[in-house]
Design a protein around this ligand. Structure first.
Ligand code: DGL
Length: 278
């Protein structure tokens, strides 16, 4: 028997664990939805690779997620979202969103002085995707971008404490140019960065609004599913099923550290061969 469309899961993917910041928000916003998460932990990082490689990986990730029979796909990865751009048919016959447009909409609504900072991986900043999307909404906006190549390895290694000297020094190094330009909103354009939120917030100051791209994508997904009448009618708690391209045990361990608590739901391994074939 085929599952009715509305009862299918919401599909989310990232190069690694960063997309879990989107999943955490999805669970809060739509507790009754089932979620399928894929983290390409065997091939992380994406953000230091070429556009061609990122696009190839992204297509494989999307094809894999589609095979799990989802009703919507979220690329909870700033890097993938920036490189695939507005490719509307990326999701095929199901709605698809990246994190760029949701984050930019929130940033444009929040800024008072029109000066918006964006931080992301090297590929994201090189693409200029956030800047283009911001200027589509606010032609007069000043966009101050900076790539933060060491933030992802720091987060994956659990080095996030705001008092850690490495965190302090890298935060200052990456954010100083943005602070000096007077941005009043900062887009965390990579879904890993909310884990450095405390350090980033302390450095930027209370007057600067931080936008989590993953959390904004979750809100955007809620609006999309509500607007298209595609929410589940389930009344019990939804499930999360995880897939990873590296060890399932490692994924569980790291995801629990990442989310600061136990994850419920099964973790399955999908090999790179299977991904390439998808
Ligand atoms: N989570 C990815 C992003 O949002 C970054 C990790 C990577 O470089 O693969 O850009």
């Amino acid at each position: 028997m085929t599952e009715p469309m509305n009862e299918r899961a919401v599909g989310v993917f990232d190069s690694g664990l960063g997309g879990l910041t989107c999943v955490a928000e999805l669970i809060k916003l739509m507790p009754h939805e089932n979620i399928v998460y894929f983290g390409d932990t065997a091939r992380i990082p994406y953000g230091t690779r070429s556009n061609e490689t990122i696009l190839e990986y992204a297509k494989q990730d999307v094809n894999f997620i589609k095979r799990t029979n989802v009703k919507m796909i979220i690329a909870a990865c700033g890097t993938v979202s920036s490189i695939v751009g507005k490719t509307k048919d990326f999701g095929g016959d199901v709605p698809f969103t990246g994190v760029v447009i949701p984050a930019v909409q929130a940033a444009c609504a929040a800024t008072r002085n029109g000066r918006i900072g964006v931080i992301g991986t090297p590929a994201t900043i090189r693409s200029g995707a956030y800047g283009k999307a911001i200027r589509n909404i606010r032609t007069d906006a000043a966009v101050i971008g900076n790539a933060c190549p060491l933030f992802v390895p720091m987060v994956e290694a659990g080095i996030t404490d705001k008092n850690d000297p490495v965190v302090k020094s890298m935060t200052e190094r990456y954010l100083k140019p943005i602070k000096n330009e007077g941005a009043d909103v900062l887009i965390l354009g990579c879904t890993h960065y909310p884990h450095l939120r405390e350090a980033i917030s302390e450095f930027m100051g209370d007057d600067v609004t931080l936008i989590s791209s993953g959390a904004e994508a979750a809100k955007y997904a809620l609006n999309t599913l509500t607007g298209q009448n595609m929410l589940s009618s389930r009344t019990d708690q939804g499930t999360v099923t995880y897939y990873t391209s590296d060890s399932a045990e490692l994924f569980r361990e790291n995801a629990e550290t990442f989310l600061g608590g136990k994850i419920s739901g099964e973790v399955n391994r999908v090999t790179i061969e299977e991904l390439i074939r998808s």
